[in-house]
Design a protein around this ligand. Sequence first.
Ligand code: NAD
Length: 424
Amino acid sequence: MLPLENTSPAHICPYDQACSYLEQAAKELKLDQGILEVLSNPSKVITVSIPIKRDDGQVQILVGHRVQHSNILGPCKGGIRYHPAVTLREVSALAMLMTWKCALLGIPYGGAKGGIAIDPKRYSAGELERITRRFTSELMKDIGPNVDIPAPDMGTSAREMAWMMDTYSVNVGHAVPGMVTGKPISIGGSRGRDMATGRGVMIIVREALKDKGKSLEGVRVAIQGFGNVGGAAALLLHQAGAKVIAVSSGAGGVYSESGLDIPALKAYATGNRKSVVGFPEAKPISNSELLTLSCDVLIPAALENQITEENVNQVQAQIIAEAANGPVTLQANLSLESRGVTVLPDILANAGGVVVSYLEWVQGLSYVFWDEERVNREMEHLMVQAYRQVIEQSKKGQSSLRLASYSLGVGRVAQALTDRGLYP
Ligand code: NAD
């Protein structure tokens, strides 16, 4: 176990929750205790000091983490998060989730995650560039296209990935496009990556509705978060005929029973510092009201721990798609399961991003680049295949979709570990 101070209550500590889901899957799979011990612990934990010069000349020391949970199936893979709430335990939990997610999707990676506890809005572009380059430089020996491949996450984007790729490439003496994913197309990024996670959410919701004899047409959807993931999911669901009745960003949300005009809302948010607040022809709604709104599908696409013991009984949606990582707490999840609500778990519902990251890496390694139609087709195939396997596993084990997803992901990594054996 991580020798780290735990500052969150046990029931919402992301690392304890991740271990709890792992233990449930291990029980289902009747895993050997030694294998469970290996899988419960990250394979490498790196913490670095990042001294940077602020624009006013002062020196500030930041702390950066990179946790590599597993390299059993292939190189480690996972995002870099810039957010004030980043802790080593959170990064470790997200790294573990990435391991199961990649295995579930049949992608030859292990999980990793990194982060710095900063609010990027309080730093200039120049300061963020210095932070990112110094962080990359500190990690030089532990990252690379065959070792560990970062990607964007909350608070980072294609811009930070370009700085990471450049810093790494300058240090090794040649361009290495395969060392990060989610980078700009001009330096080897993949077409379709920007919409990939939202597209994956739309595909999984569509498949879940299909299994209930319904389609996306006219289905009433509420989405918390209107960033990279929530914004793309909203647009694609709207284009597919769903009625997106509410969306929110950090400062609050907007609601319209007849359905929001999502392209107009996107244009509005772009000119309003990414906030949807104040959008005309819609009523204001708070983030907490959005979660308990009468709707068919609820998509939390912002932060973890949003549906908790406090509000779970008021949640009215019959389908919840976890677009964010860990938006439903362990206890709330039990309550939703007992009420028969379909929870599409994060390691399945938000896997579209890592799938297209994998396709970007494949293109980068082969120096052959695909059109968007091919990227979307390959991604859809892997997402639908994983969804069907989860449904089959859930029927076989009479278990929730979450436990079925974990059982598949954990089971595949455990099998690989058994086949490889323990060195020495
Ligand atoms: P983002 O920073 O682009 O967007 C986050 C959105 O959440 C913004 O609209 C922001 O205003 C909103 N938000 C912030 N605080 C909020 C609050 N307290 N209440 C409601 N909304 C709030 O981030 P993103 O890349 O869209 O990531 C969102 C989630 O999806 C994270 O949990 C991330 O780990 C997960 N995820 C992202 C990807 C990806 O490809 N970007 C892939 C898999 C999972």
